[in-house]
Write a protein that binds this ligand. Structure first.
Ligand SMILES: Cc1cc2nc3c(=O)[nH]c(=O)nc-3n(C[C@H](O)[C@H](O)[C@H](O)COP(=O)(O)OP(=O)(O)OC[C@H]3O[C@@H](n4cnc5c(N)ncnc54)[C@H](O)[C@@H]3O)c2cc1C
Length: 499
């Protein structure tokens, strides 16, 4: 077990001493999980020129900048305690779209939602999407997001044709798989620490309909979940949900959803399914209750007993489906399940929650995830939500990809878990590192610098540091995550102590 780090010391004790743009406002920002938050000088940028000036001023005056998209990373990647945070969302134009080639060029702040809405009627869909449609494309590339099809389609970075990146020197680097390739493979997945992605050209995926056929399999334990994944690996989409409260013979039980795109000859009106309106998530539950009320209805269950019950009910809802039961869903409903309940994260108020996602090579994954789930139970902190996915390796420098599986666990931060969660995640991290696994900075809030370093190949770690020193000699691009993972900086106080 590693020593618990002290609560965060601010980077600069007096924020008034930090240079900041005139129109910046001093305010609190948090990661999506709400457990990590801090105050910073926050400024929205509208243009490349404006950002260039901010880079130049900070290089001269000292201090540092973090770039921010929609703020959908769970932990401390999108905050920058007492320093400057640049909001890239106003740069949100779709610059070009060509339905002949499927190539779209978008500015940094264009969201996944904007992309699919723009292209679906032409018979296209983003090749990789996250469980929410809110991320910006630049934020998604800065983390190199994966979807439920990662083992088949890879990460979003694998579908990028070209990028324009503003580096702290003020230069704009144009790069792609075949142009400045080393920089391209480094900047994707480098969580905004090498430069600002100004625009990206992506190759989208042709689709014949806006629907998928989904088959649900009940898996009575973890071994059977692995079996169902192995049997369906030829299918384009696979995702597993695990009831992390179950123990004994049922430990790791859950439900696997397998999906494939429906062809035009399989639906009655293919063109109608390709209208954005056919992808809207229903606004009401059971046609009556406004969805916006749902998190309030769930709130009383936001404790161990309540979540144990919800997980058990969810598992039973799929009983009798061991052989698989098939239904049809819109692409929106299948991919963006987590957007179905607006503000569901408020269920975790006031302390918020963290997500811990570990990636483990196939040979060790079952053993590591069995131990992980057992550890969480031993600590008395079973995750309220656990999601299982299949992955593959990729060529990006700080890749989190492995030829194996990932397990993402949502842990509530409350008086019971605060402080102790670090002991638990630290123990899990040792299992993951020993098995040759990786971690995902978009979800991380507790990883220690030493474990992060051990999880990466030596050449990746050192090449990244060399490149960072070259492109950002004054170290003006920083985040709380970067300081924690590369400089042994502190964890956010919200995880360590109340208030
Ligand atoms: C409900 C939910 C479900 C999710 N499901 C998945 C999933 O299935 N798969 C998955 O991979 N991820 C998933 N995520 C995580 C999410 O996709 C990533 O965290 C993504 O990076 C968020 O994008 P953002 O625009 O919100 O960026 P932010 O969270 O604001 O920032 C993320 C990183 O991008 C950097 N950045 C922002 N703008 C720029 C820029 N212009 N240039 C360079 N760097 C920049 C920031 O510095 C930061 O390091 C999920 C998140 C949520 C909330």
């Amino acid at each position: 077990m590693q020593p618990t780090p002290q609560a965060a010391e601010p980077v600069v004790s007096d924020p008034n001493e930090t240079w900041h743009p005139d129109d910046a406002f001093w305010g609190k920002l948090s990661g999506f999980g709400m457990a990590c938050s801090s105050r910073s000088w926050n400024v929205a940028i509208q243009s490349e020129e404006q950002l260039s000036k901010v880079f130049e001023s900070v290089s001269k005056a000292g201090g540092c900048i973090n770039l921010r998209g929609s703020g959908a990373s769970y932990g401390d990647a999108n905050i920058n305690t007492n320093q400057i945070v640049v909001d890239c969302t106003p740069m949100n134009e779709i610059e070009s779209w060509d339905p002949e080639t499927g190539l779209i060029r978008v500015q940094a702040g264009v969201t996944v939602e904007q992309v699919w809405r723009h292209v679906i009627a032409d018979g296209y869909w983003p090749p990789v999407v996250s469980g929410t449609m809110t991320p910006t494309i630049a934020g998604a590339l800065a983390m190199n997001i994966h979807g439920k099809n990662c083992y088949a389609a890879g990460t979003l970075g694998e579908h990028v044709v070209a990028l324009r990146v503003l580096v702290p020197s003020g230069d704009v680097i144009e790069c792609g798989p075949d142009k400045n390739g080393d920089f391209f493979r480094a900047v994707i997945g480098s969580y905004g620490m090498l430069g600002c992605i100004l625009s990206a050209t992506l190759r989208l995926k042709p689709i014949q309909t806006g629907q998928v056929e989904v088959t649900a399999y009940r898996t009575p334990n973890l071994a059977q979940m692995f079996d169902v994944f192995a049997k369906n690996v030829e299918q384009p989409y696979l995702v597993g949900w695990i009831d992390a409260f179950a123990k004994g013979d049922g430990a790791g039980r859950g439900i696997v959803h397998v999906a494939r795109h429906l062809r035009a000859d399989e639906v009655s009106n293919a063109a109608a399914t390709l209208q954005p309106s056919a992808q809207e998530l229903p606004g009401r539950l059971f046609g009556i209750l406004p969805k916006s009320w749902m998190w309030r209805l769930l709130k009383p269950f936001s404790n161990r007993a309540g979540m144990r019950l919800i997980n058990a009910v969810k598992y039973r809802s799929c009983s009798g489906r061991a052989e698989g039961k098939t239904h049809r869903e819109s692409l929106g409903a299948f991919n963006f399940l987590l957007d179905f309940v607006p503000n569901w994260r408020f269920v975790y108020r006031p302390g918020g929650f963290i997500q811990h996602q570990s990636f483990v090579p196939a040979d060790h994954a079952q053993e590591v995830f069995t131990q992980t789930l057992a550890l969480a139970r031993q600590y008395g902190m079973p995750p309220y939500l656990a999601v299982f996915k299949r992955h593959r390796t990729d060529a990006f420098l700080l890749s989190h990809g492995v030829d194996g599986y990932s397990l993402a666990l949502d842990f509530a931060i409350n008086n019971r878990s605060r402080g102790r969660i670090i002991d638990l995640t630290s123990e899990i991290d040792q299992l993951v590192v020993s098995a040759g696994g990786r971690f995902y900075p978009a979800k991380d809030a507790t990883l220690h610098a030493e474990d992060y370093r051990r999880s990466l190949p030596d050449h990746s770690y050192t090449s990244f540091k060399t490149l960072k020193a070259q492109t950002d000699p004054h170290n003006i691009l920083q985040s709380d995550l970067y300081r924690r993972l590369f400089q042994g900086g502190p964890m956010n106080p919200g995880i360590l102590q109340d208030g």
